[in-house]
Design a protein around this ligand. Structure first.
Ligand code: HXC
Length: 257
């Protein structure tokens, strides 16, 4: 399938999506949202794909929602059409998605990275929620997900001032899981995704579900949820195989991958 704003390819068991609107620093317009949903959906029904990497260019992961598209919109139409609610669908994706971020990840770009399961950043990455400087606020979850990721003090600082933070600060504050030199960014993300895709898919999907649940529920309910998932994995052949392989000092051959 040909996309206007994305490059989409399969590398082994990994789906790779590259945002491709270089003239606008990968600003997220309605076509990007529509195409991202299509690309995700295609990878989700493809049994050969075990994980997805989402990246941008060296200069920008994405510099935010498209300001030129948004500027003329009126309250009645954004409210009536529940403008930007479509991004929630991406948060609900079941297969693991890694964001590989280089350059600007601002506004909706930072929020899109946070919709992924974890973020690997290049040393050049710059994160921020500058919406306040445009007379608005984050709209794709920034006020909620950034606060959960980095805590109230830093989230307030970033969202109220609109300042950017570099990759080192983002790693220190828990927004990103790893920082690598720019040349390593895509390889690092692809290697992580390839590793995930090589594992038993039911356990990978449940691991993602369990961690995601931590953001939605109480500790007691979350622990109960985790325990039930853990127990249910004993119904899979891959649990028998994974543990047998360890005992026999060999590599596991998982059926469900
Ligand atoms: C539309 C954008 C854009 C954006 C950059 N461009 N960001 N177009 N929407 N968010 C366009 C510029 O207009 C310009 O095109 C080209 O990309 C290159 O950008 P420059 O500004 O010339 O580059 P530079 O001087 O290097 O500055 C980079 C930058 C700056 C610091 C990232 O572009 C910037 O501040 N961008 C806006 C960041 C932002 O406010 N994001 C939040 C958006 S609101 P032309 O054709 O003019 O040369 C948001 C809300 C999300 O995301 C939730 C609700 C949907």
């Amino acid at each position: 399938m040909a996309y206007e704003t994305l490059l989409v390819e399969t590398r082994g068991n990994v789906g790779l999506i590259t945002l491709n609107r270089p003239q606008a620093l990968n600003a997220l317009n309605s076509t990007v949202l529509k195409e991202l949903k299509q690309a995700y959906a295609a990878f989700h029904i493809d049994d050969g794909i075990g994980a997805i990497v989402l990246t941008g260019s060296e200069r920008a992961f994405a510099a935010g929602a498209d300001i030129k598209e948004m500027q003329p919109l009126e309250f009645a139409e954004v409210y009536k059409n529940d403008f930007i609610s479509g991004w929630d669908e991406i948060a609900k994706a079941r297969k693991p998605i890694i964001a590989a971020v280089s350059g600007f990840a601002l506004g909706g770009g930072c929020e899109l990275a946070m919709l992924c399961d974890f973020i690997i950043a290049s040393e050049t990455a710059k994160f921020g929620q500058p919406e306040i400087t445009l007379g608005v606020i984050p709209g794709i979850g920034g006020s909620q997900r950034l606060t959960r990721a980095v805590g109230k003090a830093k989230a307030m600082d970033l969202i109220l001032t609109g300042r950017m933070m570099d990759a080192a600060e983002a790693e220190r504050s828990g927004l990103v899981s790893r920082v690598v030199v720019p040349e390593r960014l895509l390889d690092e993300a692809m290697e992580a995704a390839t590793k995930i895709a090589s594992l038993s898919h039911p356990s990978v999907l449940m691991a993602k579900e369990a961690v995601s649940r931590a953001f939605e529920t109480t500790l007691e309910e979350g622990l109960r949820f985790e325990r039930r998932l853990f127990q249910s994995l004993f119904a899979t052949e891959d649990q028998k195989e994974g543990m047998a392989a360890f005992i026999e000092k060999r590599k596991p051959v998982f059926k469900n991958r």
